[in-house]
Design a protein around this ligand. Structure first.
Ligand SMILES: [Zn+2]
Length: 216
């Protein structure tokens, strides 16, 4: 049984989507995602868009991102919105999901979905928002990736995992030292479902939303 890690900054595990910096691509494991993180954005982001498009052509590029909105760090929201829309368009063109970074900007995500006719599947990574905010996103092609917050007592992540439709969840390590096995194990205890079942569910979820398939 292989446990897919949907988002990681570590190269230790090959069955994982490694977050590759567009500006300084390094050798990546089997799968990667790449995009402009809001923290690294500036007004000249368009100058590097060719680089992103070229990297994304690689069949091992499974998703665009992290991309998204951040009201604490990052440039003016107008710059973030423009860069996000361009990256979302690229994800649509390639038929792959976008991995989302979202900080204090839930409203901007809703605004995006309500204003666009066509959107990619969007995976909210490191999900730990209140369940009622997650519920507001269910009418849209939004997926939720759970990580280390599942280890914190009474976290929003735990509350939402219990209610989240199975077709919408993924698991990740992000920048934590916690191995993916341990995240799946915790989720398995919370949901009362075997890890094998969660593993199959995650792969099936992935293959439904992406043209670039992942098999065990
Ligand atoms: Zn990350």
């Amino acid at each position: 049984m292989k446990l897919l890690d949907i988002h990681t900054h570590s190269t230790a595990n090959n069955f994982a989507i490694f977050n590759l910096e567009t500006s300084s691509p390094q050798r990546s494991p089997d799968y990667f995602s790449t995009g402009f993180h809001p923290w690294n954005l500036n007004e000249n982001w368009q100058e590097n868009f060719d680089k992103l498009e070229a990297l994304a052509q690689n069949e091992r590029c499974m998703a665009i991102g992290e991309a998204g909105f951040d009201r604490i760090w990052g440039p003016d929201i107008s710059v973030q919105k423009a860069a996000f829309k361009a990256q979302a368009k690229l994800a649509i063109a390639l038929g792959i999901p976008l991995i989302l970074h979202l900080v204090k900007s839930h409203d901007l995500l809703l605004e995006y979905f309500k204003s666009e006719k066509e959107t990619p599947s969007i995976i909210c990574h490191g999900f730990n928002l209140k369940p009622h905010l997650a519920t507001q996103l269910l009418p849209f092609p939004v997926y939720f990736s759970f990580g280390k917050a599942l280890k914190q007592k009474e976290s929003h992540a735990i509350a939402w995992l219990k209610d989240c439709p199975s077709e919408r969840f993924f698991f990740e390590t992000d920048d934590s030292k916690e191995p993916i096995d341990s995240i799946f194990n915790t989720a398995s205890v919370i949901l009362g479902r075997p890890e094998e079942v969660l593993s199959e569910q995650v792969l099936s979820n992935w293959n439904k939303i992406s043209k670039r398939k992942i098999y065990e």
